[in-house]
Design a protein around this ligand. Sequence first.
Ligand SMILES: [Zn+2]
Length: 84
Amino acid sequence: MLTCKDFLGWLNEYLEDTADAETRSHLNEHVKACPNCWVVFDTTKKTIQVFKGMEPQEIPDDVEARLMDALERRMAAGGAPPAG
Ligand SMILES: [Zn+2]
């Protein structure tokens, strides 16, 4: 099982569909089992879609940093699943 750090390290590849099949299946398992990473994954996917609608570029560093920060705060708060 991947750790959340591993998952986040692969997030770009996962979103871009460039991770190899074995890694993808581990990422799939993690995101299904981990509400925190699911939120990051879902948010990042939407963010990328917005950015792709404007100009071709990867996730800006500050967005990535904010997601990381949000994740850490969620985990510090006890890893409760998001409401709704
Ligand atoms: Zn996770």
